[in-house]
Design a protein around this ligand. Sequence first.
Ligand code: PXP
Length: 246
Amino acid sequence: MTKLGINIDHVATLRQARRETFPDPLKAALACVQGGCDGITVHLREDRRHIQDEDVRRLKEALSVPFNLEMATSDEIIAIARQVKPSWTCLVPEKREELTTEGGLNLKGQPKRLAETITKLHQAGIRVSLFIEPDAKTMSLAKDVGSDAVELHTGAYARAFLRGGSELKEEMSRIQSSAAEATRLGLIVNAGHGIDYDNVERLMECADFHEFNIGFAIVARAVFVGLETAVREMKKKIARTLCAGS
Ligand code: PXP
């Protein structure tokens, strides 16, 4: 069964909008666990626009499910990760002006830096995933730098889903071939970005994913039904799609 990791950054975004002490990302994470999620993700950005260092430490202390820290390959954040020791880190590109992580990592441009970062994280007992575009040719680069997993960026898929037709077919085929190649190389295959209650079913036709990382759609749904129910609804959708396909 494809696991469901929840990204709770947007709970912290709401808190930081008023520089308040609530809503508390830890309480949100516990509600997600109550709803049946399989992991919690936060992105500690260099500009600290949502998640703060203290959130990361509290989550690591309190969580009973795997904790995944999204991060850029900056020395400061690597040092924090090595101290906190989440189960996983997901290395992402980071631009200060972006609204969210807009594209995958450029593996060709920085193999040495990535390999060094991964070694440092491995030495601290942390497993590493790379957030990359679904391009089958680059999966071997992820393997070469020592990654344990890839998280395929599904932003383009989510946009293509709305347009349908040949654009959607092309995106699905890119994801399919990338996932197949990554699996062949022995990498764990996750997916994330822009996944929602409508597009998750078609996405599951592309591959047998290990985990989806979903943030915005679930936190947005939670405004109406609460986090626990929003998570439960997505879990049901994933389970139902798997049953229908088997
Ligand atoms: N995975 C990664 C690596 C991300 O950067 C994000 C966005 O923070 C997500 C998953 C979740 O994307 P969304 O919020 O669109 O579900």
